[in-house]
Design a protein around this ligand. Structure first.
Ligand SMILES: [Zn+2]
Length: 61
């Protein structure tokens, strides 16, 4: 055994995520049966979060 991440080369055994039918990204979890990117299988609407969104202020200077 060498130092570092030599064992990570064997990480391709089995996969949990496949390409999503809705968003096309490899984020669809097979066992959970839902997509972590768009929420396919979880919600009929697209998964979306309001992150990094500036609040519009109605103040006028
Ligand atoms: Zn998806």
């Amino acid at each position: 055994m060498t130092k570092g991440t030599s064992a990570h080369g064997k990480k391709s055994k089995g996969k949990n995520f496949i390409r999503c039918r809705r968003c096309g990204k490899p984020a669809y979890h097979i066992r959970k049966k839902k997509c972590s990117s768009c929420g396919f299988g979880k919600t009929p609407r697209m998964r979306k979060y309001n992150t990094n969104k500036k609040k519009k202020s109605n103040k006028r200077i």
